[in-house]
Design a protein around this ligand. Structure first.
Ligand SMILES: *[C@@H]1O[C@H](CO)[C@@H](O)[C@H](O)[C@H]1NC(C)=O
Ligand SMILES: *[C@@H]1O[C@H](CO)[C@@H](O)[C@H](O)[C@H]1NC(C)=O
Length: 211
């Protein structure tokens, strides 16, 4: 092979080797296990536009539950196109009297109110609460990991959209973690100071009948 052809092939090899198309995106392969850094990439040949679109916010969700609320989470497991991008979103539907109860995420969050009015707040690590009634168009941020909440403050249903600086923010509702799981009542009393009769009453709201 003459040196010109060799040079051409060598250049092609170098440009392919350094081509960074593999880093453009990594749609999550949600059929496989996730990890702290996200999912493995779905085979690029099977990626379509629909991997980058989430349609779960179209419908109005029902809010006939204990919190009179319904959060639709567009996190990596429901929106695999987010994998590796460090962002996520959700929609919060609050019925009249509805609440997203005290909860935490691994990430920061902001909300934008698009319907109704919402009292939103968080509590810092010094137990100082920051909360305010938000109206349509208002945006509020919640620092990472701090306990926060949203409460419908109006006489109609309310809706907000959220954004997060992580593709898998997680969500942990404090009340559910303590009362709707497998913690024994005496241990809950010890770690919360709430008396056992009240704990039994609260557990029954979640259909939990263990001691
Ligand atoms: C949220 O809404 C969907 C659709 O209306 C419903 O199937 C689901 O049970 C609701 N979730 C809760 C917690 O009420
Ligand atoms: C922490 O909380 C205490 C009691 O409410 C308050 O006096 C103090 O100023 C707070 N400290 C900070 C740094 O916010």
């Amino acid at each position: 092979m003459n040196s010109l052809v060799f040079f051409f092939l060598f250049s092609l090899f170098i440009s392919l080797a350094y081509c960074d198309i593999e880093f453009d995106f990594c749609v999550g392969d949600i059929s496989r296990q996730t990890s702290p850094v996200g999912y493995a990439c779905k085979n690029r040949a099977t990626v379509t536009i629909d991997d980058f679109i989430f349609t779960g916010f179209r419908v109005q969700k029902t809010t006939t539950n204990i919190y009179k609320a319904n959060a639709t989470l567009a996190f990596t497991n429901t929106f695999p196109g987010l994998n590796g991008l460090g962002i996520a979103t959700s929609k919060i539907d609050l019925g009249v009297g509805g609440v997203i109860p005290a909860h935490t995420h691994r990430t920061s969050e902001f909300i934008i109110v698009v319907k109704g009015s919402i009292i939103a707040g968080f509590v810092d690590t010094n137990n100082t609460a920051y909360f305010k009634r938000l109206e349509v168009g208002d945006v509020m941020v919640f620092p990472p990991t701090l306990v926060h909440f949203q409460v419908n403050a109006g006489k109609t249903s309310a809706t907000a959209y959220s954004g997060y600086n992580g593709a898998n923010p997680g969500i942990q509702l404090i009340t559910n973690s303590l009362l709707a799981g497998n913690l024994p009542t005496d241990l809950i009393t010890q770690i919360t100071l709430v008396n056992p009769l009240e704990i039994a009453r609260l557990k029954s709201l979640f259909g939990i009948t263990n001691a």
